[in-house]
Design a protein around this ligand. Structure first.
Ligand code: ATP
Ligand code: FE
Length: 351
């Protein structure tokens, strides 16, 4: 099967072509991602109205580019997969409307994919692993542990009860006067710092289960900064490096401990991470060591496939199409769509 994937749920407009024949490795024939960072930079966050407009303007260009780069025409495509939620509704609608239009014009099967299912199924696209496996999604907007048992069988074990870790990295960067996105700049600063000098909390470590919290940690960084700056004009270089190192170590500690619990309670043999925060070298190293110790295979797909992209949507579309067939053209965009809630076509189907 060769599927076109379309993604427009946040601030990246993306289109991709993925091909897969059973028993072989999946191929990403093209993956186009058009970011919007510069459009939102002046506003300190993604502005939904601007995002929706940009998606509407760019989505067909991205699709053309994806087909071009794959050397294919629509006539050589077997199906269209589109992110139908969750996300900023105006953006999701831009993609869904475009996909519906293409499906209506070509007669191709259309399938609506949950954005988070795209992230969660990525290790099958990149490494062809078998079900079941455990997944840690850590990005700017999400933080959750998932058990994946099939293309549409996800169990959310737990997750952040407030901020996502990427958001916390971004806010800490802001507090310390470092450039955005915060993850890479905090990581760079932390490499010259002492993670033990400034004590920071390890939120929810004492509580059973897999829930996490990052909002208090961010406030603790703010307080520590104010303490270090007291009586000085600004923050000393070494103090800033030590604070970054302490913050990064605290995030790594809670992620590792909760991962250990999840892997102990669900001994499935494979642990995969996805999302922008999985790029953090310290967090990655600590999770790798944890898995080595537990005898579990650790997978971290390449970054371009574990941040927002449309190849993961095309792939999830292929897997779900094989499971349940196509959606019809009444497919709607959903601003909220918990991953353990079944896809529309499966509700009541008994599958
Ligand atoms: P979502 O995919 O959940 O809708 P998003 O698009 O913001 O949200 P991603 O693109 O997956 O998420 O990741 C971006 C986040 O990852 C940002 O918050 C960024 O600071 C963080 N990040 C990127 N690199 C690093 C790093 N090296 N260390 C820590 N965090 C990082
Ligand atoms: Fe995402």
């Amino acid at each position: 099967l060769t599927f076109l994937g379309i993604e427009s749920s946040c601030d990246d407009t993306a289109a991709a072509i993925v091909r897969h024949a059973p028993g072989t490795a999946a191929q990403v024939l093209s993956s186009v991602v058009e970011g919007q960072t510069s459009l939102h930079a002046a506003f300190g966050g993604v502005v939904p109205e601007i995002a929706a407009r940009a998606h509407a303007e760019r989505v067909d260009l991205c699709i053309e580019a994806a087909l071009d780069q794959a050397g294919l025409t629509l006539a050589q495509i077997d199906g269209i997969a589109v992110t139908a939620g969750p996300g900023l509704i105006g953006g999701v609608l831009s993609g869904v409307m475009c996909a519906k239009g293409l499906a209506a014009a070509t007669g191709l099967p259309l399938i609506g994919v949950n954005h988070l299912a795209g992230h969660a199924l990525t290790p099958r696209l990149t490494d062809g692993i078998a079900y079941p496996y455990l997944m840690l999604l850590v990005s700017g907007g999400h933080c959750q542990f998932l058990r994946v048992d099939g293309p549409d069988a996800f169990t959310r074990l737990g997750g952040s009860i407030d901020d996502a870790p990427g958001e916390a990295f971004d806010k800490v960067a802001k507090i310390l006067g470092l450039p955005q996105p915060g993850g890479p700049s905090v990581q760079a600063e932390a490499s010259g710092g002492d993670p033990r000098r400034i004590p920071l909390p390890r939120p929810l470590l004492d509580r059973p289960g897999y829930d996490l919290s990052f909002s208090g940690l961010k406030t603790a960084v703010l307080r520590a900064r104010d303490g270090l700056m007291a009586g000085l004009g600004g923050l000393r270089r070494q103090d800033r490096a030590d604070l970054c190192a302490a913050f990064q170590a605290a995030v790594a500690d809670v992620l590792v401990e909760k991962s250990r619990r999840a892997l102990t309670d669900h001994p499935v043999g494979v642990f995969a991470v996805a999302g922008g925060v999985a790029a953090n070298t310290e967090i990655r190293a600590r999770l790798t060591a944890l898995c080595e110790g537990l005898g579990v295979t650790f997978l971290a797909p390449p970054l371009r496939l574990c941040t927002d992209n449309a190849a993961m949507i095309a792939w999830a579309g292929i897997e779900q199409f094989r499971l349940r067939g196509a959606d019809d053209l009444t497919l709607s965009a959903r601003p909220r769509w918990p991953l353990d809630q079944k896809s529309p076509a499966l509700i009541g189907s008994g599958k």
